[in-house]
Design a protein around this ligand. Structure first.
Ligand code: XMP
Ligand code: MG
Length: 184
């Protein structure tokens, strides 16, 4: 089915719905195998982009899972300092809990670095990181450890499946590159 979106907005579909669901199922299986069967895992979804991924991933994680969310934002113009503001903190107490951070995309890695450092101060039993997308070319913080990575992608601005441009396209069921004219 050709849609208005595909005709006018999509430059290139980078990862289609079938590829997403196949890879997410694999990640879920991998995560399930890495914990003990009775380990409770607090999945921390990073708003807003991470929620599609988290919802689909969690269905493939056969462990006791708790959902929680954080919202963070990078300070404009200070990207290199890694200063990130916490807009919404967790509801759960994560002390001695297994935390799995679920991110849509890791670009420079600065957001993730801040979130991990912030949560470490609460003495969780473990912190692991699962990202759907990774742009390794853009990484500045090499020390950020990513435990689970769905797809490595080139340094292009991508949207869909949780990712937005001006809050749009989050509901599109695949990951795509926007046509340049959409930005103009
Ligand atoms: P850093 O650089 O801190 O950035 O790893 C991570 C955050 O930047 C946003 N981001 C994107 N959002 N398409 C998007 O819609 C992209 O290609 C993209 N690259 C980075 C995103 O909010 C992510 O959490
Ligand atoms: Mg965004």
């Amino acid at each position: 089915m050709k849609t208005e979106l595909e005709d006018n907005k999509v430059d290139e579909i980078l990862i289609n719905a079938e590829q997403l669901s196949k890879r997410i199922a694999e990640l879920g299986t991998e995560i399930t195998a890495d914990y003990d069967a009775d380990d409770e895992v607090v999945m921390v979804g990073i708003l807003r982009g991470g929620i599609m991924f988290m919802a689909d991933l969690a269905r493939h994680v056969d462990l006791p899972v708790i959902f929680d969310f954080m919202d963070v934002s990078s300070y404009e113009g200070t990207e290199s300092s890694g200063v990130v503001r916490v807009i919404k903190d967790l509801e759960e107490n994560i002390e001695n809990k297994n935390v799995l951070i679920v991110e849509d995309i890791i670009d420079t890695g600065l957001t993730l670095k801040h979130v991990v450092d912030f949560l470490e101060t609460r003495d969780p039993a473990s912190i692991r990181v699962c990202t759907l997308l990774d742009k390794p070319e853009r990484r500045t913080e090499k020390q950020v450890e990513v435990d689970y990575n769905g797809f490595e992608i080139p340094d292009k601005f991508v949207v869909g499946y949780g990712l937005d441009y001006n809050e749009k396209y989050r509901n599109v069921p695949y990951i795509f590159v926007l046509k340049p004219e959409v930005y103009e």
